[in-house]
Design a protein. Sequence first.
Length: 304
Amino acid sequence: MGKEHSSEEVCSSGDMVTNLKASIRELSAKVREQNQRKCDVKGKLQQLRERINAEGVDVVSVQEELMIPLLRSFKELEKQESEVRSNCDAKCSALEDAVCDLEERVVAKGEIPEEELDVLLVESLDHLTSAKKELAATLREIVSLKRQIDDVPCQSEVLQYERRFSELNVCIQEKLQQTRKLYGTYNALLEIKDLMLKEISLLNSIGSQFQDVIGTPAGRVKLIDSMEGVMKGIQQKLGKVQLGLQEEQRLCDASKEKYTAAAAEQRKCYTVLRAFQEECTKNVRLKSQVSAVSNTSVSIEGIE
């Protein structure tokens, strides 16, 4: 019975050693996977830096407030990853030493106390669980940082957004001008309609009451007073229209003056630009002549 009990303990010890080895292999695989993901993130970050450097300094100046904190976070994650890796390596080496010790004890004595094996197994599982949690947290932080880096637009995207906003602004300005023009036309037509209705009403009133009013002196006086009131209303309306016309004429004259000043300034700029180009041409010609004279003097000195 004692021999059977010893053989069972040896078998259980061998199973525990196998489980420990499997845990070590799993931990090592997780560490290698984490290192591979870290290398991928580093490669993509390096590609992003090369793309930024190739596209110009303006993008860096525009996006440095977003990129610098992300790069700092990435460096901190690299530091944490190195610490986690060193801890994992230390734990892995400790587990390997424990496995070697167990193997030596199994070979030497043929049996190991079950309580000691349980304690070692529980400690190994705790270490493995903590290492998995740390690895998962590190990977989540790396993925979050990668997404934040991908969300930063490059120079081509910024230029595309700017061009699209400019096109939208032009469309909005055109729609605004058309709307204002249509509203002005509507208001003018509505005013014409009101005047025509008043004129029709006046003509109908005169036509219906003319024969009755014209026959008596009081009726004729009343008709004359009514016509004078109509004339006064027409004169007031005409005065308002003339004031509006004068205001529009004043705005038109101011716009013409601005246009004339802008055209004169443009012509002046063209003249200055043409003079500058001529002076540049003269400067280039004088430089070539000076260089030719210098070469000639040097060659003469060499001959002498």
